[in-house]
Design a protein around this ligand. Structure first.
Ligand code: HEM
Length: 539
């Protein structure tokens, strides 16, 4: 009996030990697997980032020392927080340089390491290129090896699909080949009537506001009016006779943009109880996406049915023909996606940036009434009865100088960003595959070595003899980006701003409102945080 009990106890102990051993083995295996998983996820990326750093260091590129896992991320957060604390007061307008408040770590590192340096965000390795000669080399490179950074554009998938703004390689080249001819200068000249017509309601609205405020002057916020104008112009240029449907599509795209940016706000707030809100926003975004797609597709079908009757050749028609063309090699689904995505891309690329650039132009013109006078004088000389039309506007020069100078000091697009898809030689540097390149446009545009000691001043006359005479390295003037991915709509944007500003200046005198707060803010583009408020007088 005693022996039996002993045996049973031993057996129980052995079985417990075996179970414990098994649990220990399972636990160790799980820990090893988790370790492997995280190593695959972060470790390999980290090793890769360190390898890229080594390759660049060998070529003499320096940069802030990174920490083991997060690279320079915590330093970036610290510098950003310190800059925010310092920026309690609204900026004074005369000091146009906002780069050290909006992009403080880039500025601090530039002062320490010069205009070419590297930094890391943990698993990603970046190269800051603001050296004018290297920017010039990048500008001249014709290659598919530099694309849009996929980790940045991934967050914009629902807004942009796989259209021209997001795609890389051969697919991008196809988009560009089809869309680019629609924005050649002779085509854009043909769109001037649309631009002139679309500006009339804005002029009327501002004149009515002056009347409503006593007939002498009115204090107005320009930004929303400019946004709705540029949206209207793009809708007409894109959709021609289907313009009403175009407006509906664009108004839904604007709602989608708002939903997506509010989604990001919730995400960054980090409050878990807001998850239900996220879900609601996601549903709303999906609903809008499918409505937009449906509307664009309906328009395309109507077009196809009337294909032979109309000789209409607007942007939509060209995208449509391009996608259906035999040598585009797109199947039915792919061509549908091609059309829908590019309509969205043109809208997003085209209307916000032009509106913001026009806001900055008005702010600077309000500060410099002498330039309003110069533009007005030229208009009165060139235009019949002083009323600008498409022929006379093409001969005017003064307003172009103002736009060029405003785009130098306040370029809406702050960065040129690239992912190095294949090892690429840029000047004396061989940049390995996997590095992300960043060029900070406003810093280049204020570089005293390029522009001279008055780089921070508003002096449109510097462009009187062209960009090449305005600065030492003309390829470093890049308000519309550079190289093969240079903005497709630059002619369109320049002509539209020229039309808009000329018409406004011919009808109104204006100055900055006392309520205007100067605070450039970076929200994908650099825009006036509190809008541009001006006091207008009818002429
Ligand atoms: C003042 C107004 C505008 C500014 C400041 C601006 C600026 C830019 C910049 C900086 C880029 C990136 C270039 C690069 O990465 O090198 C870009 C790309 C682009 N922009 Fe604009 N843009 C403006 C207006 C427009 C308009 C009106 C349209 C069309 C109607 C347009 C269509 C595009 C497209 C399609 C791209 C992508 C080109 C590609 O990746 O191949 N933009 N723009």
């Amino acid at each position: 009996m005693h022996t039996n009990q002993k045996c049973a106890k031993t057996a129980r102990l052995t079985s417990e030990r075996t179970e414990m051993e098994l649990v220990r083995i399972l636990f160790t295996a799980a820990a090893v697997l988790t370790g492997c998983f995280f190593f695959r996820l972060y470790g390999l990326a980290w090793i890769n980032s360190a390898r890229l750093a080594r390759k660049l260091r060998k070529q003499g590129v320096r940069g802030p020392p990174p920490s083991l896992w997060s690279g320079n991320t915590s330093e970036m957060h610290r510098i950003q927080a310190e800059a925010k604390k310092r920026q309690q007061q609204p900026a004074t307008i005369l000091a146009h340089d906002y780069t050290s408040t909006l992009f403080p770590y880039f500025e601090q590192w530039r002062r320490r390491y010069g205009s070419l340096y590297m930094y890391s965000t943990g698993s990603r390795h970046h190269l800051y290129i603001n050296d004018p000669e290297l920017v010039k080399e990048m500008n001249l490179l014709v290659t598919l090896s530099l694309g849009k950074p996929t980790y940045v554009t991934r967050t914009l998938t629902s807004m942009l699909g796989n259209g021209i703004l997001r795609s890389n390689g051969q697919l991008w080249a196809l988009h560009r080949k089809i869309i680019a001819p629609e924005f050649y200068m002779d085509k854009v000249k043909g769109m001037m009537e649309i631009m002139l017509q679309s500006t009339q309601p804005l002029l009327q609205k501002w004149a009515d506001t002056v009347d409503a405020q006593g007939g002498l002057m009115a204090d107005i916020m320009v930004d929303e009016d400019l946004r709705s104008l540029t949206g209207d112009v793009i809708a007409r240029a894109c959709f021609g006779s289907s313009y009403q449907k175009g407006r509906e599509i664009f108004s839904k795209l604007r709602s989608l943009q708002k939903v997506l940016s509010s989604q990001q706000g919730i995400l960054f707030s980090g409050v878990p109880s807001f998850r239900f809100l996220m879900k609601k926003k996601q549903k709303e975004a999906m609903r809008l996406e499918s409505e937009i797609e449906g509307l664009i597709w309906e328009t395309v079908k109507e077009r196809r049915e009337k294909w032979s009757e109309t000789n209409e050749k607007d942007l939509l028609q060209s995208i449509l023909e391009g996608a259906m063309n035999d040598d585009s090699h797109l199947n039915a689904d792919a061509s549908k996606k091609f059309i829908v995505d590019n309509c969205k891309n043109i809208y997003f690329a085209g209307h916000e940036s032009t509106a913001v650039a026009a806001s900055w132009c008005l702010m600077l013109l309000a500060l410099h009434p002498e330039w309003q006078d110069r533009v007005r004088k030229e208009l009165s000389e060139v235009c019949v009865n002083g009323t600008p039309d498409s022929n006379s506007l093409l001969q005017t020069k003064e307003v172009t100088l103002v736009i060029q100078e405003a785009m130098r000091l306040y370029p809406p697009g702050a960065f040129v960003s690239r992912e190095v898809l294949e090892e690429t030689q840029i000047g004396h540097i061989v940049v390995p595959k996997g590095v992300y390149l960043w060029t900070l446009i406003p810093t280049l545009h204020r570089d005293v070595d390029i522009w001279g000691p008055d780089a921070n001043e508003f002096k449109p006359e510097r462009f009187a003899n062209g960009v090449s005479k305005a600065c030492k390295v003309p390829q470093a003037y890049v308000p519309f980006g550079l190289g093969p991915r240079l903005c497709l709509g630059r002619n369109f944007a320049m002509v539209q701003m020229k039309v808009l500003l000329s018409l406004i200046i011919s009808k109104f005198r204006f100055s900055l409102s006392p309520a205007y707060q100067h605070s450039p803010a970076y929200r994908m583009i650099v825009e006036p945080e509190h809008g541009v408020q001006i006091v207008i007088h009818k002429i």
